[in-house]
Ligand binder design. Structure first.
Ligand SMILES: *[C@@H]1O[C@H](CO)[C@@H](O)[C@H](O)[C@H]1NC(C)=O
Ligand SMILES: *[C@@H]1O[C@H](CO)[C@@H](O)[C@H](O)[C@H]1NC(C)=O
Ligand SMILES: *[C@@H]1O[C@H](CO)[C@@H](O)[C@H](O)[C@H]1NC(C)=O
Ligand SMILES: *[C@@H]1O[C@H](CO)[C@@H](O)[C@H](O)[C@H]1NC(C)=O
Ligand SMILES: *[C@@H]1O[C@H](CO)[C@@H](O)[C@H](O)[C@H]1NC(C)=O
Ligand SMILES: *[C@@H]1O[C@H](CO)[C@@H](O)[C@H](O)[C@H]1NC(C)=O
Length: 299
């Protein structure tokens, strides 16, 4: 009975000790840091008293590469080692152990680890994931047409230039684009296809491109090509301007004009024929001379 409680007490003591072991502190969350390309990044150190620290090491695991030691420092001996390939562009604080890296490039992306070994054999590990961001310069939308015919499909392709790690989203008339049967987004949202375009699809479509440090947008005004468009000879000649009614009116006008002219000319003709016969006595000339001219002569 006594022995059992002793065991339990020992077990509880072991658990408590486990809380103090370094493995527990290793489980800290990885911090996320976004850094603009070609700028300076500050990787935070610690607020531990340097006199309690035995050794400090900054390491990095660059994307898809081996772990690399950037620097090691022992406060006790004031010894510092900085990797040759970092020497020119890093600044290390001997008090807070922060690390400053200048002229950050895309190849600096990765996880940076600060390991602090204390004199009492504990250690503290801090991880920071560094993502390097190139700001978006501008956004473009390309499409085969800006005014498709009703019932056709249209695809708008969006492209943010210069930037990296971009994501795209779409709006219509400043509202999030309602995704329905006739609206299809590509896998990464970079292109938007509208199927079977209707009158209700007319409007301003906006592509928003953004990454962690910048964003940009471009508008596209969708119009419908008018049904009576003059884009092809067929629509122009048969369905197009001036249309069936227009042609009917024009034809009617021409017919009535011809009719009227004939009527008046036949009236004149009878007079002139008579005159002509009287004057020249040559029936052939009367046929050749237009009635209008003869009427003029008559005056
Ligand atoms: C990085 O910035 C420096 C000045 O801060 C500039 O001289 C250099 O051209 C830049 N490099 C790139 C690749 O943008
Ligand atoms: C660090 O610890 C030493 C001795 O333990 C003490 O004298 C010093 O004031 C401490 N420094 C800070 C900034 O707390
Ligand atoms: C120093 O950095 C280079 C390149 O970043 C790496 O290849 C090398 O292994 C590093 N040195 C140490 C001791 O980690
Ligand atoms: C529009 O896209 C749909 C679905 O992809 C397709 O079935 C249809 O034939 C297309 N219509 C035209 C006019 O291209
Ligand atoms: C989507 O299409 C299905 C079948 O094609 C139809 O039943 C449904 O009403 C459509 N929904 C919308 C919002 O157009
Ligand atoms: C694409 O857009 C939709 C809605 O506009 C959004 O829910 C989704 O997360 C986006 N996907 C990507 C990969 O950005």
């Amino acid at each position: 009975m006594h022995q059992k409680t002793l065991h339990e007490m020992l077990f509880a003591l072991l658990l408590c000790l486990a809380c103090l072991l370094p493995e527990v502190t290793m489980d800290q969350k990885t911090k996320e840091v976004y850094c603009r390309f070609n700028t300076t990044i500050l990787l935070m150190g610690t607020n531990l008293n340097a006199s309690s620290v035995f050794n400090v090491e900054w390491r990095t695991q660059l994307k898809g590469r081996e772990k690399v030691s950037i620097l090691t420092y022992s406060p006790g001996s004031n010894n510092i080692y900085i990797n040759e390939s970092y020497r020119k562009r890093v600044v290390f604080s001997h008090t807070s152990f922060s690390l400053t890296i200048h002229y950050v490039t895309l190849s600096d992306e990765g996880i940076y680890t600060l390991t602090i070994q204390l004199l009492n054999k504990q250690q503290q590990i801090d991880r920071t994931r560094v993502t390097v961001i190139i700001p978006i310069l501008n956004v473009q939308i390309t499409s085969e047409t800006s005014a498709p015919h009703q019932g056709k499909n249209i695809t708008l392709n969006c492209l943010g230039t210069a930037g990296n790690a971009m994501s795209y989203s779409w709006q219509k008339c400043n509202q999030p684009l309602p995704i329905g049967n006739r609206t299809i987004l590509s896998k990464e949202n970079a292109s938007l296809t509208l199927i079977n375009i209707q009158q209700s699809d007319i409007g301003t479509y906006r592509c928003v491109a953004q990454n962690a440090l910048s964003s940009g947008h471009k508008d596209f005004i969708l119009q419908l090509c008018a049904e009576t468009g003059v884009s092809s000879w067929r629509s122009c000649g048969i369905y197009g301007y001036p249309g069936y009614l227009g042609y009917a009116i024009v034809l009617f006008y021409i017919f009535s004009l011809v009719k009227r002219t004939r009527k008046s000319s036949s009236k004149d003709q009878s007079d002139t024929i008579y005159e002509n016969i009287a004057l020249e006595n040559t029936p052939t000339t009367s046929k050749r001379v237009p009635p209008v001219c003869i009427r003029h002569i008559k005056k």
